[in-house]
Design a protein around this ligand. Structure first.
Ligand SMILES: Nc1ncnc2c1ncn2[C@@H]1O[C@H](COP(=O)(O)OP(=O)(O)OP(=O)(O)O)[C@@H](O)[C@H]1O
Ligand SMILES: [Mg+2]
Length: 490
């Protein structure tokens, strides 16, 4: 079966924006730390050392102590020491101070940042939304007084009341300590926004036990959701300010600038991945409060059809490409067009739109706007025993030079006209949108890294293979069963 798309020249309407790296779990971090800390024959721990930040970190491993750290430090190369510091930094500095923040608020942030975040899976979100865990949460008396929907909403609201301040506190700490980036005005503003939302959540009653309280809580988180909607562009602005700042430093060439950008890349990956998580939790809760829609549990559709979603993404990308170049390449879809699986349709639409926009732009630019374009091919693959649903987007848009392949995952790397990026993050531009048909076809350099975070969020991945001089293949892997837990960066 094949779907052949011919571009539509005009389209009205909008696309729902859903928001959203490399992350390290607490366990992964301590494992990695250990690898650097523990020599082949570790010395006996010094029982008399004082409890300090580093001993706190190390106490998770029975064989670690400050004396061990000292011994290691003497033998380690400078590079190893630097890596140690960057791996342990998030845990060493939990008693932090925050610029312009009173000590009592700082204490609250630090207390919450020490708490462990609770990851959820797509399956867990669906099952909670269907009320499958109500008996574990409520006493019989509460069950008698409320409808099942009220109970589900109260349960989800209670989880968010506890979880959101913890997730926000982790991000506030990260925003406070990321080198250089933390000094950028836009980044400071984002941190202030996070602190404000963190405090508003803490001010709300600790226990949500009736429908009125739940309704009030929903208004609070709806306000937070709205207020944070421009954070992606605002952080992009911060990264842009950061790039200009280091570019202005004396003696730094383009390569050095890119190396500095790489340092902040991990931070941005953590930040955006966590942002996806927070927006999924809030989005799911708010959607559960809406009248039910067939096959949907909140924002999750149990019968998400890649074919239908790709079809819409083709229309949107073709509209944007035609607006820019006057024409757009044809797209041919093949494979499992009948396939459905549980997923968040807005996430899949985001990913597919970004990939198709890139492929269309590359095809038109490589062949020239008046050429007969070779079609872009989208193939959907799945078998009933497969781990993943895989979607491949192939274009003949000339590919990506190997020296640029690593950079495509970096925020702010784009080969689009720099004035587009400047326009999007410009001082006076408060209207810029990061995604959707109103944004430029290419410009910010966020399309691929954010799409990869969306894929990874529910246990999938995104990879790009390029053949310079010919074209590019993008592979989207989506976990079929939805049982992998979301990554929650510390
Ligand atoms: N299919 C492709 N063919 C050729 N080059 C590509 C392709 N996809 C991405 N690229 C290159 O990778 C760069 C980064 O892509 P990415 O989608 O992250 O950002 P962008 O398209 O420049 O801006 P936007 O944030 O609007 O998506 C592009 O500017 C382009 O140079
Ligand atoms: Mg793009």
């Amino acid at each position: 079966m094949m779907y052949r798309h011919l571009p539509r020249r005009l389209r009205l309407g909008g696309v729902t924006i859903a928001d959203g790296g490399i992350w390290r779990s607490r366990a992964a971090l301590s494992q990695r730390t250990l690898r650097y800390l523990v020599p082949r024959h570790p010395p006996q721990p010094n029982r008399h050392h004082h409890a300090n930040a580093s001993s706190l970190v190390l106490s998770s491993s029975a064989s670690s102590s400050s004396s061990l750290f000292g011994a290691w430090k003497r033998n380690a190369t400078q590079q190893q020491q630097e890596r140690f510091i960057s791996f342990t930094q998030p845990m060493l500095s939990q008693e932090m101070e925050y610029e312009g923040v009173p000590p009592d608020v700082a204490k609250l942030i630090n207390t919450h940042a020490k708490k462990v975040q609770t990851p959820v899976s797509l399956q867990a979100l669906m099952r909670t939304g269907r009320g499958e865990f109500l008996d574990k949460h409520f006493e019989d008396a509460a069950v008698e007084k409320h409808t099942a929907t009220e109970l589900v909403l109260m349960q989800v609201a209670s989880f968010l009341r506890r979880e959101l301040p913890i997730r926000l506190a982790h991000r506030i700490q990260d925003l406070e300590k990321v080198p250089l980036m933390k000094d950028m005005q836009s980044v400071k503003e984002v941190k202030q926004l996070y602190i404000q939302s963190f405090l508003e959540l803490l001010e709300f009653d600790k226990k949500i036990v009736n429908a009125d309280q739940e309704a009030a809580f929903s208004r609070l988180v709806e306000g937070i959701y709205e207020r944070h909607s421009r954070v992606l562009v605002q952080m992009a602005k911060g990264a842009y300010e950061f790039r200009n700042h280091i570019a202005a430093e004396k003696g730094m060439n383009a390569k050095d600038v890119f190396a500095k950008m790489e340092e902040t890349h991990d931070f941005l990956d953590r930040f955006y991945l966590c942002r996806i998580g927070i927006r999924v939790l809030i989005g799911q809760y708010l959607a559960l409060r809406q009248p039910p829609v067939d096959h949907y549990v909140g924002i999750i559709c149990s019968v998400t059809s890649p074919y239908e979603i790709v079809k819409r993404a083709i229309d949107d990308a073709a509209f944007m490409c035609t607006r820019k170049y006057g024409d757009a390449p044809e797209v041919i879809m093949s494979g499992r067009l009948d396939l459905t699986f549980p997923y968040v349709p807005t996430h899949l639409h985001y990913i597919m739109l970004e990939l198709l926009k890139n492929s269309m732009r590359a095809t038109v630019e490589w062949h020239g706007p008046d050429a007969d374009f070779p079609p872009i091919k989208v193939i959907i693959a799945d078998g009933s025993d497969n781990e993943d649903v895989v979607i491949k987007v192939s274009d003949e848009g000339g590919g990506i030079p190997r020296s640029n392949v690593k950079k495509i995952w970096s925020y702010l790397f784009t080969t689009a006209d720099p004035s587009i990026q400047e326009g999007m993050v410009g001082v006076n531009n408060n209207e810029a949108v990061d995604h959707g048909i109103d944004s430029p076809l290419a410009g910010l350099g966020y399309g691929l890294p954010i799409s990869r975070s969306y894929c990874r969020y529910f246990g999938g991945d995104l990879s790009i293979m390029s053949m310079e001089g010919y074209g590019t293949d993008a592979f989207v892997y989506l976990a079929r069963l939805g049982n992998s837990k979301e990554p929650v960066p510390i």
